[in-house]
Structure formats: C-alpha cells, structure tokens
Design a protein around this ligand. Structure first.
Ligand SMILES: [Cu+2]
Length: 458
C-alpha cells in the first residue's frame, strides 16, 4: 500500500442499465404510523430478477412518513434481522433516548417503541439504521426512508402536492449476479467511500416518471453511502431550490445545478410547463471538481422524465416562502479537524480532532439551551466530508477556502453540511435536547471507520 493515492481509489464508473424503462417506484405514504419491522424482503430491482433484500415493509427501503408539525409519532419497531439495528431519525430534533444513538441497539427478535412529538418546521427528513460499524452495510442493503414534516405555514404556499410532489432517494449500488446487493468495501473504498455502478431512485434501477406540462415538487435525498451528485436537468433549464435538509428557504433560489452529498436533502421545483409532449428530460449528474480524486469525474443520467400529458397549470413560483429566524450570539466556538491517518489502518483512519469513535468516551460537553458555533476544518484534507450533527438543526454561517461561499441549498435549517478539501465550514447551533448524541461524517464508510464523536448536552 506504499504508494497509494491519498485522495482515494479510482472512481467507480456508473455502467449500469441506462435504458430507463422501469417505472419509478413511489414508497407507500404513512400518515398514522403504527409499526415498522426491519426484515428480509423479496423485491425485483435488477434485470427483472426477484431477490432477497432488507427493508422495513414489503420491499427495498421503507415507507414515507408524512406528519404534521405537532403530531405524535409512536411506532413499535421490531428487529427481525439476524443482527442488531436501530433507527436514527435524521433531521428530527427529538429526545436523546429516541434518536437512535449507536448505543441504543435493538437486538434480533427484540422490539423498541419510538415515541416522540414532531416539534419542528416543515422539512424533508429521513431515517436509517445507526449501528456503529454496520451503518453503511444496512443502508446500502435497503434500510432507509423519508420522514416529511408538514406545517400550516408551508401548506399556505400551495406548492405542487399529491402526485405532483414526489420524493426521490438517489442511491448507487453494486449487484451480485443473482441481483442481491453487494457490500464489501476494500481498504481503498474505506478511504474513498463505497460507490456503486448502478444508480437507483426509490429503489428503482433505470427509472422513468411520466409527467404533465406543469410544475413538480421533488424532495431529493442523497441516500448513497459516499457518492456526491451534481444534479442538473438535461434540457439545461434552471430549477428552484425551495428547501434544504430539515427546512425551507426564505425565498426560492433559481439554480442550474447543485451538489448534494450523502445525507443531504434538497426540495426543488421543476418547471415542465412549456415542454412539448413526448419530450424526454433527464435528471443527470454533471462532472465536478474539488471533491477529491474519487468523485465527480463522470457525467451520467440519474432518471428520465417523459412529458406525456398536457395540463393547464396556474402555479407561480412564490417570491417568498417562510420566515427563518437567524441564530446569533454564540457563546462558544468549537473547532473540529477532519483528518485521514494511514498509520492506523486496522483501527480507523478517519479522525475528528485526532480521535476515532469510542462508545465509552464523551468528547464534548455542551450546556443545554446554549448556542455555539462549530467549525469543521478540512483545510489539510483531500477527501470531502459531509458532516452531520444529531439532535439539532443548524444554520451555515461561513465557508472559507475551497468554494468560499454559502450555497443556495444551504440557506435553510440543515443537519448535514458538505466540507470539501481545503474548506473550513462554520455552523451555528442551538442545543435544546439533553442527553448523549453523536456527530459524524455521513460518508458511511468514513463513519463506520470511526469518523464520529459523542457529545453530551446537559
Ligand atoms: Cu468523511
């Protein structure tokens, strides 16, 4: 391993089926949750082959929960897998004992009641397992889903809804010849992240969606282990960013493309109004630079939209969306150095402030109710790290080095922020939930490799 490229392995080219002949699957929507089971499931994902995966209901992935701000969430979660798992409610600010900390495992054949009040603004959250060392494997093999929070303030905007509001979880996967999902990262792939050669949307390989001549709202989640996407439309049209992670922007921002890292979400409006019938428009990934040697070198298509129905749409993109109270008056700054250390290959290479994860160590102690700035410092690194903090939402305050700006998809309540090589990114956070939480890189191989620390709010 002496002369290896410190920036990671060669990129895994996307070489899967590009016929875009499979109708996009839409996960079941649940408004009155009762139970969830992590279990073996049968599904048809690749090449028409029925195969065994893991999921929370009847196929790959889980349902979309859709709850109103103020609603109570209460489910009996059963683990029918052969290994421990749990559920982290990514983006929800809920009590520590419900957050799915890596300490809080549900063992095989055991149950746990996840019970909390949804007490935050409208946004696109999601859920996935968080067992330390197994998160990448369990998410890649099928465990993930959306958790959408709605509010009256958001409803009043009359955004496209019903079948015109579509959640899209983008994931890259590798398959075995029997169509089961392969997950076996090499040492090199622990550095770069494990990338797949097939792009799936909502568990659908090579997907298409029929659309009408009107506006659509797409809630896009990067549910991949490591791959970053530079999303754009193949017709070159701009689209409107209206939300990011767990909240909405104050006003829509028109963009031509945007980067979305693992764990991040973006809520967008796409205008198909003046497109001729039978036109095909692709959601695609454009090449990009500045994210290490393993990312961004290849352009590829993600999914196909077929404009095949004429409709009259009177929707106008609103000039303003919601009011967003800016956090200020931080009383403390903490800085976190993001590094990669080849000297400790077997014990964890990816570190935060020189440390790999220890379940028994509290790394930071924060006063409940306090507001702080946290700075993620990747100024000496050559890998991108999407940093996620549990139990809070934050606002991005500054980015210095690298892209040197706050991007449209960062001007809202967030919980995951992409810190590129050479960048320092500062976020402002108010800590309102007591207890023990983690923060970590959402490149799931980095996370499983130990790029995660504990903090306790008390
Ligand atoms: Cu990382």
């Amino acid at each position: 391993m002496g002369n290896m490229n410190m920036g990671g392995s060669d990129p895994v080219p996307v070489s899967g089926d590009t016929t875009f002949k499979n109708a996009l699957k839409i996960p079941e929507t649940i408004t009155s949750p009762s139970n969830m089971i992590a279990q073996a499931v049968q599904d048809t994902v690749m090449d028409g082959k029925n195969a065994k995966y893991i999921g929370y209901r009847s196929g790959l992935l889980g349902p979309t929960f859709r709850l109103q701000k103020g609603a109570n969430f209460n489910i009996k979660f059963s683990n029918q897998l052969a290994e421990h798992t749990n559920i982290h409610w990514h983006g929800l600010v809920i009590p520590a004992e419900m957050d799915g900390h890596p300490d809080q495992m549900v063992m095989p054949n055991e149950n746990f009641n996840y019970q909390f009040t949804v007490n935050q603004q409208a946004g696109t959250n999601w859920y996935h397992p968080h067992p330390h060392g197994l998160t990448g494997k369990q998410v890649t093999q099928g465990l993930a889903g959306f958790f959408i929070v709605e509010s009256s303030e958001e409803k009043a905007l009359n955004l496209p809804n019903g079948s015109y509001e579509v959640p899209l979880v983008i994931q890259d996967k590798r398959f075995n010849t029997d169509a089961t999902i392969k997950y076996s990262p090499t040492m090199m792939e622990i550095m770069s992240g494990y990338m797949g050669d097939n792009i799936l949307v909502n568990g659908t390989a090579s997907p298409y969606l029929n659309v009408s001549t009107r506006f659509y709202r797409f809630r896009v989640l990067n549910g991949s282990s490591a791959r970053i996407y530079n999303l754009a439309l193949s017709n070159g049209a701009n689209f409107y960013v209206i939300g990011a992670d767990s909240g909405m922007l104050e006003k829509p921002e028109s963009v031509n493309s945007l980067l979305l890292a693992s764990g991040e979400r973006v809520d967008i409006l796409v205008d198909f109004t003046n497109i001729a019938l039978n036109t095909e428009v692709y959601l695609e990934n454009k090449t990009f630079t500045g994210m290490g040697t393993a990312q961004g070198t290849q352009a590829f298509k993600v999914m196909k939209f077929i404009v095949n129905k004429q409709e009259t749409d009177t929707f106008k993109v609103p000039s303003s969306l919601i009011s967003l109270a800016k956090l200020s008056n931080a009383t403390k700054n903490r800085s976190f150095a993001l590094t990669m250390d080849m000297a400790n290959m077997s014990g964890g290479m990816h570190k935060i402030n020189g440390k790999i994860y220890s379940a028994t160590r509290i790394d930071e102690t924060v006063a409940v109710g306090s507001t702080e700035t946290w700075e993620f410092d990747n100024s000496t690194g050559d890998e991108p790290h999407p940093m996620h903090i549990h139990g809070v939402q934050f606002q991005v305050v500054s980015r210095t080095g690298g892209r040197n700006t706050i991007l449209p998809q960062e001007k809202a309540w967030k919980d995951t922020v992409l810190v590129a090589p050479t960048e320092k990114v500062k976020v402002i956070v108010k800590f309102e939930q007591k207890g023990k939480f983690v923060f970590h890189c959402h490149n799931l191989e980095h996370e499983d490799d130990g790029m995660m620390l504990n903090f306790e709010v008390k």
